[in-house]
Design a binder for this molecule. Structure first.
Ligand code: TMP
Length: 253
């Protein structure tokens, strides 16, 4: 059998050529990195969990009319997605101060923000993904003014949707990162949510105990990452309550 064509390999995922033009297969690895890959590990089962969780969020967004690249999950580790032209920005929305905003501005972690704050980081590993302003983004042609308005609107809708779902299961959405891509329909272009939405790219705190249920568990050595993600998946009903962290007995497609 011919080996399928690898289009791109990132730190946590691989993109393969899809079955139809304009599609890709997105494969979720168990590789886990932090601090621009200075810290690395392989966490068994993480890719399976993120595939399921990202499916859950992206499908929900599609259903409420927030466009995403997601088409369908294919198997335990793979999903079919639309091929997009990724805008080279990480779009971060914060509801509560944590991580880099706490460090940069000296705001204690856990301080609620007066309103959701949207930030943009230029995707460039060699530069360590620096924070950039709208001026930089437009001047350097990474996005237009219209794109900026659309990206902020998309990011805030994602924030409302995921915050609401998480609140329903006793989890606070502290912040998250999304990536946005362009899809061309002839001469028409629209922006869609791309990449993944998973505990790798969110901060999720238990509303009662404050327990961290996201990649900070790995970044800060707070315990077992797969257990934390399994807890999120169980609460959302993505995994049955009797699933093991690996989810082996229940995760057959
Ligand atoms: P930060 O506080 O480190 O800027 O992170 C903000 C949010 O973005 C947090 O939920 C983690 C997520 N994030 C990524 O998904 N990828 C990254 O490379 C970084 C730095 C943060």
């Amino acid at each position: 059998m011919a080996r399928r064509k690898k289009i791109y390999e990132g730190k946590a995922k691989i993109l393969y050529e899809g079955p139809e033009p304009g599609t890709l297969v997105q494969y979720f690895k168990d590789d886990t990195t932090a601090f621009n890959a200075e810290k690395k590990d392989v966490i068994e089962g993480k890719g399976v969990l993120n595939n399921r969780l990202s499916e859950f969020f992206m499908k929900g967004l599609n259903e409420i009319g927030v466009p995403t690249h997601f088409i369908k999950r294919i198997n335990m580790r793979e999903q079919l997605v639309r091929s997009v032209e990724i805008i080279p920005l990480e779009v971060v929305v914060r509801n509560v101060a944590a991580g880099s905003i706490s460090k940069r501005l000296g705001i204690a972690e856990g301080t609620p923000l007066p309103r959701p704050i949207v930030e943009f980081y230029y995707k460039d590993d060699a530069l360590g993904d620096p924070l950039v302003t709208e001026e930089h983004i437009i001047a350097f042609g990474w996005a237009t003014q219209q794109d900026m308005d659309d990206m902020v609107a998309l990011a805030l809708r994602v924030n409302d949707f995921i915050s609401g779902i998480m609140m329903g299961v006793g989890i606070k959405l502290v912040d998250f990162k999304i990536e946005i891509g362009r899809i061309w329909d002839g001469d028409f272009m629209r922006l869609v949510v791309a990449d993944e939405i998973s505990p790798d790219s969110c901060r999720l705190w238990d509303m009662e105990t404050g327990q961290k249920l996201d990649k900070d568990v790995f970044r800060r050595d707070l315990g077992n990452l797969a257990d934390a993600y399994t807890e999120v998946a169980k609460r959302l009903g993505v995994l049955p309550n009797n699933a093991t962290p690996m989810g082996k007995p229940t995760l057959i497609n």
